[in-house]
Structures are given as C-alpha cells and as structure tokens.
Design a protein around this ligand. Structure first.
Ligand code: ADP
Length: 181
C-alpha cells in the first residue's frame, strides 16, 4: 500500500506516520525529515534548503522530486510506504502519480487529517522547532492553503481521498486512520 498522510502543518501527520510505520511495519518517507537530516549533517543539499525551510517556504519541486526518487529506489520502499508532508504541490502530485504508475503501484489512499486553525497554531507553537515561530507558522499555513490544499480536489477526483478528524487523543486519531485504510 502507498498511503499519503495529508493535511496542514501541525495536524499530526508526522506523529501518526511514525506510529503506522512502527505498528504496521510501513516504510515511512517524510520529505521534511529528509531535509532536516541533511541540514543537521550539513550536506550540500542541507545548505541549499536551510534558508528555504527556515523561512517556511516550499523547497523547489525539482529538489523534492530528486529526494523522493532516491528514496523510492531503495528496496525498503518497494512494498509500499507512508508519505508524510509529500506531495505538497500539483506538480509533485503529478510526478508521484507517474512514478508510481510506471511501477504499477498507484497510491492506495490519501488520508486527509482535519484540524482547525486555532488548534494547529497552538500545537506548532508548543513544538518549538526553529521554523515554528508564529510568523513562519502563518507563512506555512498560507502556503498550505494556496499550494497544497488544491490537491484535495485532485485526489477527490481520483476517488482515493478520505478525511479523518485529527482533533483528539493520539490513539483516537490513530484508530480513526487505521479504520479508513
Ligand atoms: P510540517 O509538518 O510542519 O508541515 P514538514 O516536516 O512536513 O513540517 O516540512 C518542513 C519544511 O520542509 C516545509 O515548511 C518546507 O520548507 C520543507 N518541505 C517538506 N516537504 C516538502 C515538500 N514536499 N515540498 C516542498 N517543501 C517541503
């Protein structure tokens, strides 16, 4: 199964993806984690994306596609995975579709985790990552609305979109996600 966990920054995609990976033995691909790892290790890629990530902007589709292609060519991703924080633009979604279709393993489901904006902002402020200042959070939410939210219709049209309520205890939300997979 290839599952996309979808939603605004701070809805809990990363946490839920990690739980699914641990408990259901899914491979997990977080483009954000990949960027943060590269920034920590100060690789060329890390140096390139650091100012972009820290300002809350999106890394270019070209760089993102390269990361994803590299990851998906590893054996541990060949039986499926959870995508978390990817795709985030129409371009990325089209790229992923053509990549997976060429391997005859299309996306199984896109799970849209829904959380209201007030909840999101307070969660992100608690998390306290360097890109979690109030100004950068606002920037990321605006970018989500403009660039990423249109993908809801894109996946709705493919009949693979399901939505779950992301407000509640971690285990509650986890069970909701598992029940729609
Ligand atoms: P969050 O869960 O708060 O959305 P992520 O870890 O998914 O955080 O992403 C952190 C940052 O990494 C984003 O704000 C963006 O700069 C960059 N990033 C991650 N994934 C993508 C992507 N698919 N396309 C473009 N930029 C991305």
């Amino acid at each position: 199964m290839y599952i996309v966990l979808f939603g605004a920054p701070g809805v809990g995609k990363g946490t839920q993806a990690q739980l699914l990976a641990e408990r259901k033995n899914f491979a997990h691909l977080s483009t954000g984690d990949e960027f943060r790892r590269n920034m920590r290790e100060e690789t060329e890629l890390g140096k390139l994306v650091k100012p972009i990530v820290q300002s809350g902007n999106l890394v270019s589709d070209e760089i993102v596609s390269r990361i994803v292609t590299d990851a998906l060519s590893q054996k541990r991703f060949s039986n499926g995975c959870i995508f978390d924080g990817y795709p985030r633009t129409t371009n990325q979604a089209q790229y992923l579709d053509s990549f997976l279709q060429s391997r005859n393993t299309p996306i199984t489901k896109v799970v849209n985790i829904e959380v209201d904006e007030d909840n999101i902002v307070s969660r992100l402020l608690q998390r306290g990552r360097v890109d979690d200042t109030e100004q950068v959070i606002r920037e990321r939410l605006a970018i989500y609305q403009n660039e990423t939210a249109p993908l809801l219709e894109y996946y709705q049209n493919q009949n693979i979109l399901v939505s779950v309520n992301g407000v509640g205890q971690l285990e509650e939300v986890y069970n909701r996600i598992v029940s729609v997979l």
